[in-house]
Design a protein around this ligand. Structure first.
Ligand code: AGP
Length: 595
């Protein structure tokens, strides 16, 4: 997720582009750049934040038409070469892009064989070269021809030297045109333009727009279309949150798209995203999965998943503990999970594993992060920037990476594999169903918000979900919460139960179902109110639990996904009920860069 902008009008171009970009940094902030057309194209870009970049630019930048970009790297580390805008061989065409070109390698090989020279590692750079290839004297036509060859998602703004207009297009990536008085703006999202106007047009998929200072034309598949003008009433702050009250709620609602983007980035279920040698008779003896916090809960789910699919034993370790007591060897394979890629404990673990001759796969959400640079193999999640300290969408993206990492090695027959892959592709819709049930889930927040102690219980692959539910509630509502393997409550914590200590029970439709029912009855016998998460259509659990929250039916190994989203919403609304600073809770940091 990047931020792209464009401007054509009479204002000083530099302050407009810089201001618009700074309003979009919540979409990505690892590098940025602009291009201005005046007596040819002038392109400036670097791997710095917008405010630092602004100071490196010439005081006065002539020009009345320009484009800009603030980046969240997906292909190619944050660097000056990989920053946008990207240009063609003539240096006359500049493009800024938000999205992912899935077939860029094929296009790159084709164009290189036709003599095009590429200088960056990005997927985006194929676009200006394709436009150059098809350009005769009509920029719009050349863009349309180029996009016919592109597979993937894109929002682009194209600037050509000497052209008094910008050409824009979108497919599966947001793009707006904002209307001013003898000026027009282009942006990925409304926060960028609210300082100048509140009149916007939302482009739709496959739209191509031609924008000059006093004219806007939109067409689709070559036919002119009329796009309705909207009046924006939001403040910039609200707009950055997409109209949601907090980044956390916005990020929870982004998860269907994050699942699509993350698994969409992986080619096929039979083509491994990384070589998991342990699963294939290579003399490697053990698989370790290591991480911290929420990422560690993903690691635990990875353990249950891989032990189930590969029939090998998997060891999980807290990175902070492993660094002092843990051991590994050249006969171990390891996976280190870290959203930020900068968590000190995780980095120390990677270095230690490598010193012990262990092969390391890193699963991270940040391209170019330290973890991505010191590992042997890298698997990226595509959750986009996660602003809220409490990890939500990045966790679900980590689960997608683990499913995709594991499936090619699963010791199951091809029909079972196909049904699991089909189940995975249905997950965005299933998560949307949970989100559509938000109002019901928020009602239970009332009850929890009055408690000082809460237990979350689950079994099997949903035990780590209980841990994650407790962590989310702790982090943002400041309620003391514990996640427990349901079978363990009777070995001590029962002493804490009672009418003021609610228990949230995750009841999956798998081999632990009956045991969970028994545990709920045991908890009820000790007067704790029970909120149970059950699969839709279940008529039994509601008989024993005080209240139930239903989740859509999914394969057992995917149940952590839908159950976690329920617990994210439960934590969010409980914290909201208690008036907590949800996005930036006390005493916490988004990336813990100290031991
Ligand atoms: C989760 O909500 C927290 N922000 C925290 O536990 C986090 O998961 C932990 O610090 C690990 O961060 P990482 O995934 O960036 O390494």
């Amino acid at each position: 997720m990047c931020g792209i902008v464009g401007y054509v009008g009479e204002r000083q171009i530099k302050p407009v582009l810089i201001n618009c970009l700074s309003r979009l940094e919540y979409r990505g902030y690892d590098s940025c750049g602009i291009a201005v057309s005046r007596d040819g194209l002038k392109v400036y870009k670097d791997a710095v934040r917008v405010n630092v970049f602004d100071k490196t630019l010439p005081q006065l930048l002539d020009g009345k038409i320009g484009i800009g970009h603030t980046r969240w790297a997906t292909h190619g580390e944050p660097s000056q070469l990989n920053a946008h805008p990207h240009c063609d061989c003539t240096g006359k065409i500049a493009v800024v892009h938000n999205g992912i070109i899935n077939n860029f390698q094929k296009l790159r090989r084709q164009l290189a064989s036709e003599g095009h020279k590429f200088i960056s590692e990005t997927d985006t750079e194929v676009i200006p070269h394709l436009i150059e290839k098809y350009y005769e004297d009509d920029l719009e036509e050349a863009v349309a021809m180029a996009l016919r060859e592109v597979e993937g998602s894109y929002a682009i703004v194209v600037l050509m030297a000497g052209e008094p207009k910008l050409v824009v297009a979108r497919k599966d990536s947001p793009l707006i045109i904002a209307i001013g008085d003898r000026e027009n703006f282009i942006a990925s999202d409304v926060p960028a333009i609210l300082d100048y106007t509140s009149r916007v047009i939302y482009l739709e998929d496959d739209d191509i727009g031609v924008v000059s200072s006093d004219n806007i034309e939109v067409s689709r598949h070559g036919v002119a279309v009329d796009r309705k003008e909207h009046q924006i009433l939001w403040s910039i702050g609200d707009a950055q949150k997409g109209g949601y009250e907090h980044f956390m709620l916005k990020e929870i609602h982004e998860q269907p798209k994050v699942i699509r983007d993350t698994i969409g980035g992986y080619v096929s279920a039979t083509e491994p995203v990384a070589s998991l040698a342990i699963a294939g008779g290579t003399g490697l003896e053990e698989l370790l999965i290591l991480a911290c916090g929420t990422s560690y809960h993903a690691a635990l789910i990875g353990k249950y998943l891989m032990e189930d699919l590969f029939r090998v034993s998997v060891r999980t370790e807290l990175a902070s503990e492993f660094n002092y007591w843990g051991h590994a060897s050249s006969r171990s394979q390891s996976i280190v999970i870290t959203q930020s890629g900068e968590t000190a404990d995780a980095l120390k673990t990677i270095k230690r594993l490598k010193e012990e001759g262990c092969r390391v796969i890193v699963i991270t959400n940040v391209v170019g992060s330290t973890a991505s640079r010191i590992t042997d193999q890298i698997v990226y999640t595509r959750a986009g920037p996660e602003i809220s300290v409490a990890a939500t969408k990045s966790f679900i993206a980590q689960l997608m990476a683990l499913y995709w990492l594991a499936l090619p090695y699963a010791k199951i027959d091809i029909r079972r594999l196909d049904s699991l892959v089909a189940g995975l592709r249905q997950l965005p819709g299933k998560v949307q169903q949970v989100l559509d049930n938000e109002a019901v889930i928020s009602e239970y927040a009332q009850q929890l918000s009055k408690s000082e102690n809460v237990f979350f219980i689950g079994r099997g692959i949903n035990f780590p979900v209980a841990l994650e539910g407790a962590l989310k509630l702790k982090e943002i509502s400041y309620i003391h919460a514990e996640g427990y393997a349901a079978g363990e409550l009777k070995h001590g914590p029962f002493a804490l139960l009672g009418s003021n200590t609610p228990v949230v029970a995750i009841v999956a439709r798998d081999n632990t179902y009956e045991a969970m029912l028994t545990n709920i009855k045991e908890v009820k016998a000790r007067r704790s109110p029970v909120i149970a998460l059950v699969e839709e259509g279940d008529e039994v659990v509601g008989e024993v639990a005080d209240s139930v929250i239903t989740v859509p039916q999914v394969e057992a190994i995917f149940s952590p996904v839908v159950n976690t989203v329920v617990l994210q919403l439960l934590a969010y609304y409980t914290a909201k009920e208690r008036g907590c600073p949800i996005d930036f809770p006390r005493n916490l940091a988004k990336s813990v860069t100290v031991e």
